[in-house]
Design a binder for this molecule. Sequence first.
Ligand code: 5AD
Ligand code: SF4
Length: 488
Amino acid sequence: MSGVPQSNPQKSPQKTFYLETFGCQMNVHDSEKVIGTLVQEGYRQVESVEQADLVLYNTCSIRDKAEQKVFNRLSDYKKYKKQGKMFGVLGCVAQQEGEKIFERAPYVSLVAGSASYNNLPQMLQQLEEAELAAREKASLRDDAAVVTTTESTREAGLPPRDAGLVRITGLDDRETDKCFETEFTARSNPHRGYITIIEGCDKFCAYCVVPYTRGKERSRTSESVLAEARQMAHLGYTEIQLLGQNVNSYKDPAGNSSARKTFAELLAAVGEVPGIRRVRFTTSHPRDFGRDIVDAIDAVPALCDHVHLPVQSGSTRVLDAMQRLYTRDQYLERIAWMKAAKREISITTDVIVGFPGETEADFAETLDLLEEVGYDAVFAFKYSPRPNTPSLKLDDAIPDAEKARRLEVLMARQREIQITRYKKYIGTKCEVMVEGRNEARAQWIGRTSHNKTLNFTAPETANPKPGAYVPVIVTGSFPNSLLGELVI
Ligand code: 5AD
Ligand code: SF4
């Protein structure tokens, strides 16, 4: 694990790869691990498809639009294939569509889900060997072979079948206990980094494809999470974000029960690692969100005063249909815990509008919940029917235009809420981590512990460095950000 690893000179350094990532922070972090692994294998990362030998897409299938993106990218790649480039589809679309991807995008050579990334070096080696063999015989055949990298074929050392198109699939059955842990993570930011603590999800919300793409829940030991946190602190990182589809259902697999930590204990322990100044976590599930998390935020100053707690709907009836396992009142109980915290905790959420059967009255309850909670940000989505999910069987009775209308109404209401909430910061002093500079606006970009963007001006002599923590006085506000001046 390091910042940006150098390619390994022992292994042919001329191979190049291009990687584009879609979707959530889990995917972004998986890509950091893929990059680290490939660089270790002698590949060099490049900025465009044109420059690359190997082109990888780390995909998202949470909503239909996200899924379409990768097929749009792959729609016109015949010319690149002729140049000898290899294409791979990784992540959730790969896991969901499997070998069907080869039908929809015939120039793809590698399809691998996130549970099988541990085998990426072997898969690529197999692919390269097979490509070489295939090219030698390309003039003789033009049919396709599918090589599946199961444990048994690898162990048996079976050579891949040669053919015009070589195809490798690394599609784990998602029952694996393996997490994608690697010492070769290429973190893209030298100050702030992710650590995965739990992979997969066992919640099976009615609309959600994640349990089918990322598989069952499996946690890393608190010991290995803490070792990674300490190593990051040693490398100069000061902010850590603990990642998982549902971090609150973290179960420490440590053998020794005295060493076993709950999620709140792990959170506190990461916050106490010397050198670590900020710890965030995402995503939480309200059902598993315990009061002990708020207690930990109260007790450990390094734990950021921000919680992302997706509600999805303000109507208990819809929550029930979504199989979310909590009611509106139970959700509000968790909000009350946070509102009673010593520091003001900034709360953000996700909402789905137009879930099958959502009535105007249900939707009104969601709008009402926005007011009641007072969120600092809402990520709202139109319901999108996904393959394999239970809600696919429900009548998707709400027309797209109506979903779009509800989305617009919700976002407009939330904008008003944010305008009021963000205004309240004017005149207060916030500590920000400097993220960079916007030259066009002659402003520095900072982030508060609340996870708000605070753009600020500073005298030229001050020259704050990215990664530094500086005090800023808030002088203005917008619906999604704050404006301020460096305090000298
Ligand atoms: N349709 C619309 N939004 C969805 N999300 C998950 N699945 C769907 C779907 N089928 C949203 C939820 C989740 C966020 C990551 O994506 O709000 O919290
Ligand atoms: Fe999907 Fe629900 Fe699991 Fe979140 S908790 S990943 S919404 S199934």
